[in-house]
Design a protein. Structure first.
Length: 229
């Protein structure tokens, strides 16, 4: 057994049943890949051993990628959709587009035919195109699965990518395995203790920051069912 200090004077005992042979992939049930070449991000998800998900993320900045194991016993069954739009980049695009018209109009409708006007207009068009590309690059539409009690984001997918049919098929299957993993008969106190231990494992693996883990730990310790007999 492992002891985790809840307060300076209190210890919570957590059974090791949550981690037994968890890293050994004995049976693969589903695999799903989301590959965004434009953003340079590749997400790879593998459901294995009926109760776990292997989540891998590769990007331009990290070509080797990071891989983390998620215990589906401690994941909320209902995901959240998050849409984030880079409005500032879109505003810059609009400003550049409007400004690019002014020197072009001056060159066309007046006798002032300086080549600098065309250069300025072209540069503004280029800046606008870059801003538009940044809008698409930075905007995100994601499906997020959080931990049950602490609400920590654990699984993140690009919404309806690569296609709506494939996405819906995988998320339906993932949620079915989440429900199955949580039908093990654990009581509420065991679920909270197991979630705490799993979040600490993810923190040690580098998936969660110290601040996120500390906040999650506080939420779980304060939960009315955590110290219930």
């Amino acid at each position: 057994m492992e002891r985790i200090s809840a307060t300076p004077t209190e210890e919570i005992i957590i059974e090791d049943l949550f981690e037994e042979d968890a890293d050994e992939i004995r049976e693969v049930h589903a695999r799903f890949v989301q590959d965004s070449r434009f953003k340079g991000i590749r997400r790879d998800f593998t459901i294995f051993n009926k109760t776990h998900l292997l989540q891998s993320l590769q990007s331009f900045k990290n070509k080797r990628g990071n891989t983390h194991r998620i215990n589906l016993q401690f994941v909320r069954q209902a995901p959240e959709r998050h849409r984030q739009f880079a409005w500032r980049s879109l505003q810059v695009f609009g400003v550049c587009f409007v400004l690019s018209v002014i020197p072009a109009c001056v060159w066309y409708f007046t006798k002032f035919k300086s080549e600098y006007l065309l250069v300025a207009s072209l540069l503004l068009v280029v800046a606008g195109v870059i801003a538009l590309l940044l809008f698409f690059y930075r905007s995100r539409d994601t499906y997020v699965y959080r931990s049950i009690a602490a609400g920590v984001p654990l699984i993140e997918l690009d919404y309806h990518k690569p296609s709506r049919t494939e996405f819906d098929a995988f998320t339906d299957r993932l949620e079915a395995y989440i429900r199955r993993a949580q039908s093990s008969g654990m009581n509420r106190q065991q679920m909270l203790a197991g979630e705490l231990k799993d979040l600490r494992r993810l923190k040690d693996a580098g998936l969660l920051s110290e601040e996120t883990y500390a906040n999650s730990r506080t939420l779980i310790f304060r939960h009315k069912d955590f110290s219930a007999n």
